[in-house]
Design a binder for this molecule. Structure first.
Ligand code: FAD
Length: 465
């Protein structure tokens, strides 16, 4: 039988779109790279005068320590001065641009480096891929919304900064208005604090602040401090404060009501169950029955998703800290693919996830990757919400990928025809998480996964040669 030689199947030529990316943090930078790699024409809007987002440390804090005033001057970053990464650098970096220690004495070579090293890494990334030329710095986006009757066109209104004397920043009133085919939202979600609701707080006489406005332990000397929350920031800050405070009481909602434990290695720090109430004599009563007269309550209670510039006529909402409806955490079905979000997931390794989400978005926008119909995407979202409800998972955990982050990453990688998450990264993440839980004081400087480090560096040679 004669065999006819068939030409290989050909992808249609990619369609180049005019895309606005909001934010030049890690998510915006990698989105810009992936979009341009796919042939799109990209403008990145960045309110700050440099790339890096959260990782640009700002010693200033907001004037309102709880950040409740909607008209306050916003400080974007929530980093404290002593912050070191809570992930090993090998796990943390982008998949194809490893976060390896630089052979340069001015750089932080530690495996869990300080925050400055991360911003330098992001700057390196931006210059390696020529991203800065796509960024409009000092430009705040004030409005993103569909052009009336045309969800394939988006209006982006932006304002240029007119002065910054380090104390006062103001954005001009001259608003630029432009039309884009698509908008990719990368504005970060660690800037708008969430505050714990505490019975009796209005008459409690002490000070309150949110960890968003914590930079150093200054102001905590000889104080009795209560920290609400037990996630990464609280673990670090409680230890830093314990070095100078009279007493530190950490309250957690994830422990049993009777919990009252002196923290190993400290004679002035205790873990409690939740606060029951606070009173006008300064006392704080915990569910475990303990009473503490405290000077200051520090809310380490996380952040709210906040898109003050986004107007989708109610199609995308933030309800109980659920941004939705979103197909696979990225596309609102009714507006896909013209609106997308990079970086919403929590409890996941952020940079590789951003990389995969943005590859997917870039491929969908160019026509290389197909999405299901809006109806099918909506069905998927509904089914996802039903699964959460059936498992009694509250709305505010919609973006929490604990336990399934790597499956999610691999799901994203598949239509992009790129490798998924490396086995060493998965194992190293598990090892680091365990070590952090068991040895919060020392996990950044002592580890026992050198075999995985070797594997990671062998893998990195694909990108570093
Ligand atoms: P961001 O970095 O917040 O960037 C958003 C950008 O959008 C900013 O530059 C902002 O100026 C800009 N922007 C916002 N609104 C507008 C607007 N209207 N117009 C124009 N520009 C705008 N991750 C890790 O991997 N490892 C860690 O150890 C780690 N530690 C963390 C510790 C703390 C205290 C916090 C808060 C987060 C930590 N993270 C860590 C998570 C970190 O947030 C992510 O790593 C990542 O940097 C988030 O990137 P992003 O681009 O989504 O957001």
């Amino acid at each position: 039988m004669k065999h006819l030689s068939m030409p290989p199947p050909q992808l249609p030529p990619p369609i180049s779109r005019h895309v606005a990316v909001i934010g030049a943090g890690a998510a915006g930078l990698v989105s810009a790279r992936e979009l341009r790699r796919e042939g799109h024409d990209v403008v990145v809007f960045e309110r700050d005068n440099q790339v890096g987002g959260t990782w640009v440390y700002n010693p200033q804090v907001e004037p309102d320590p709880l950040s409740l005033d909607p008209n306050r001057r916003i400080i974007h970053s929530s980093l404290y001065s002593s912050l070191r990464t809570n992930l090993p650098r090998e796990v943390m970096g982008f998949k194809d641009y490893p976060f390896i220690a630089k052979n340069d004495k001015k750089r932080d070579q530690r495996r869990f480096p300080g925050h400055r090293e991360v911003v330098l890494y992001l700057q390196d990334f931006a210059s390696e891929f020529g991203i800065e030329e796509m960024v409009r710095f000092d430009t705040e986006v004030a409005h993103v919304g569909p052009v009336e009757d045309n969800i394939g066109k988006w209006i982006v209104r932006s304002k240029r900064k007119i002065s910054d004397d380090d104390r006062e920043v103001s954005f001009g009133f001259d608003v630029d208005e432009e039309i884009y085919d698509a908008a990719v939202i990368c504005n970060g979600h660690y800037t708008e604090p969430r505050i714990a609701q505490i019975p009796g707080i209005s008459s409690w006489p002490g000070k309150q602040m949110h960890s968003h406005n914590y930079r150093t332990h200054e102001g905590f000397q000889d104080q009795v401090a209560i920290l609400i929350g037990s996630s990464s920031s609280s673990v670090d800050i409680s230890r830093e404060i314990a070095g100078v405070a009279k007493e530190v009481h950490v309250t957690s909602r994830s422990v049993a009501d009777e919990t009252y434990q002196e923290q190993p290695g400290y004679d002035n720090m205790w873990l409690h169950s939740m606060i029951e109430s606070v009173h006008d004599d300064g006392s704080v009563i915990f569910r475990n029955g303990r009473v503490v007269v405290a000077d200051i309550i520090l809310h380490c209670t996380g952040y709210k998703y906040h898109f003050p510039f986004l107007d989708t006529n109610g199609i995308v909402t933030v309800d109980g800290n659920r941004v939705g409806p979103l197909y696979k955490q990225v596309f609102p079905p009714a507006l896909a693919p013209w609106l997308s979000f990079v970086g919403l997931p929590l409890k996941a390794v952020p940079f590789p996830l951003f990389e995969l989400q943005s590859k997917w978005i870039a491929g969908v926008l160019s026509g290389h990757i197909a999405l299901p119909s809006p109806e099918e995407m909506m069905e998927d979202v509904k089914a996802f919400y039903e699964t959460l409800e059936a498992s009694n998972i509250p709305k505010h955990y919609t973006h929490n990928l604990a336990g399934c982050q790597f499956e999610y990453d691999n799901w994203l990688a598949s239509p992009c025809s790129c490798p998924g998450i490396e086995e060493w990264r998965r194992q190293m993440y598990d090892a680091a998480s365990k070590s952090k839980r068991l040895r919060p004081e020392i996990y950044r400087d002592e580890w026992d996964d050198d075999d995985l480090v070797l594997e990671a560096y062998a893998d990195f040679t694909k990108y570093t040669r």
